[in-house]
Design a binder for this molecule. Structure first.
Ligand code: ATP
Length: 453
């Protein structure tokens, strides 16, 4: 795996990810997705939706609001509990998560310590930045972004940007039951922005204050929760290893100890990935029990439960949740698939993305500019065949053009040459095998479909 700084530089140079607000000197830990990054991000979302929603029985889409009634966050526990323990060095003004500092100093069970216990532990440590021992007390810092809502609702002037998309699903449970009447078990998935005022954002796009989540809430009978937890564990493993082709050696499960579980969970597995900076959480799988539906039932005027059509049993479903950050996934995918190969003593970058993820699927290259017009006609024809994103590449030697496409992960380059006009054939070159095949123009789409991996 390449080093983090190489990956960051590569992603900027090739037009995937730029520092946010770049021409104004940037904004710490904010990133913009350029022409290739925007497509890659979207391809990840589409592939997740296909795998976890469209190809599953009884799983539905939802697109809920980012800004919700604040009562949602009171009921869910986010206003009271969604916080990190914060500590400042009074000498150099550096800010830290107290639990992170203690974990780095090898303290055990840090997440179970009270604020007083954390402060006691921190007072024994030196500031990693200035080496002084001059700390504030540890205090809770709520991670939700608070905004003024006075123009939207005069009765309630504090609102929040959602820190997770999941609550939008829970508060629509009744709407979904009343309108499309799904039979249990069923799932609701959605993709959308989430915001967290992280104390220590960083590690490139790993931890940012604004990110996209892919979340699936699967509702089932409480007795079946373990079965569905296992099912989704398997689905996640398969998605990571078979669909995204991430190497098994870079993935491990961390079974969160009971004492460290979030307040709504009885069982959580963090799937960790070996990022260039080390092992860290890529995504989570949790048994959220009936916590969310029950708490929203108590705080709203609605009973969020179901009645079994046969036994007439009334119960609150349990929820199995899978929650993934798109940016973390993108970081993992690029770290896994960006390789350097040596050809003729020369180092070359190649991004070996699965076909479904590649930002550009096909590049059309006229062998020389003398046949550019004819090649362009073929390009226009293929654009309408919806095989995927296609670009036209001219200028420079054909070898150089191949290499440039390898660098950005384009699986196929189609070369239109002098014979093409007569024999109605082109040469298709495959990124990974470098194999070149002569193919009839009418059979390009079939060839691509058969060879796309
Ligand atoms: P961490 O322990 O890394 O802060 P978390 O346990 O708080 O993560 P969850 O609340 O379980 O994270 O969120 C689900 C997923 O959303 C995470 O696994 C991760 O992929 C993504 N995610 C969470 N916070 C961020 C963030 N600040 N930046 C990018 N992605 C994030």
């Amino acid at each position: 795996m390449k080093e983090q700084k190489e990956i960051v530089a590569y992603l900027k140079d090739k037009g995937f990810i730029y520092p946010g607000s770049d021409i104004y000197g940037g904004l710490a830990n904010s990133w913009d997705y350029g022409p290739l990054g925007a497509i890659l991000k979207d391809n990840i979302k589409q592939l997740w939706k296909k795998t976890f929603i469209d190809e599953q029985h009884n799983v539905f889409h939802l697109d809920s609001s980012i800004i919700l009634n604040s009562k949602v966050w009171k009921a869910s526990g986010h206003i009271d509990r969604f916080s990190d323990p914060l500590v400042d060095c009074k000498s150099c003004k550096q800010r830290y998560r107290a639990d992170d500092l203690l974990k780095q100093a090898n303290h055990k069970n840090v997440s179970t310590l009270s604020l007083e216990e954390l402060t006691k532990g921190i007072n024994k440590l030196q500031c990693p930045n200035c080496s002084k021992q001059n700390w504030t007390n540890v205090r809770e810092f709520n991670l939700m972004f608070k905004m003024s809502n006075s123009k939207i609702n005069l009765n309630d002037d504090e609102i929040y940007l959602r820190p997770e998309t999941a609550q939008g699903v829970f508060i629509n449970f009744k709407n979904i039951m009343d309108t499309i009447s799904p039979k249990l078990p069923f799932g609701v998935g959605q993709v959308g922005k989430a915001f967290r005022n992280e104390v220590t954002p960083g590690n490139f796009i790993f931890r940012t204050k604004e990110f996209d989540q892919l979340e699936l809430e699967f509702f089932c009978h409480p007795n079946d929760a373990n079965k569905w937890f296992k099912f989704y564990n398997h689905e996640i493993q398969s998605f990571l290893k078979n669909t995204l082709n991430l190497k098994s050696k870079y993935i491990k499960e961390f079974h969160v100890p009971t004492k460290e579980l979030a307040h709504y969970s009885t069982k959580t597995i963090d799937f960790e990935f070996k990022f260039p900076f080390g092992w860290a959480e890529l995504l989570g799988l949790a048994n959220r029990t009936d916590y969310d539906l029950k708490t929203h039932s108590e705080h709203s005027n609605d009973e969020l439960l179901v009645i079994d059509p046969i036994t007439k049993e009334k119960y609150t479903p349990y929820v199995i949740e899978t929650s993934i950050g798109v940016e973390r996934l993108l970081f993992a995918i690029v770290s896994n698939h960006l390789k350097t190969i040596i050809v003729d003593d020369e180092e070359r970058d190649i991004l070996q993305l699965p076909f479904a993820l590649a930002p550009i699927k096909i590049a059309i290259a006229p062998l020389t500019n003398k046949i550019e017009k004819q090649a362009f006609k073929l390009y226009e024809k293929l654009l309408k065949d919806s095989i995927g994103s296609i670009i036209f590449i001219k200028g420079g030697s054909i070898g150089k053009r191949y290499r440039k496409q390898d660098q950005i992960g384009t699986p196929f380059v189609i070369t239109y040459d002098f014979d093409s006009q007569q024999d109605h054939q082109v040469t298709i070159r495959e990124r990974d095998s470098k194999k070149q095949t002569r193919v009839k123009i009418d059979e390009i789409t079939t060839f691509i479909q058969n060879h796309a991996k």
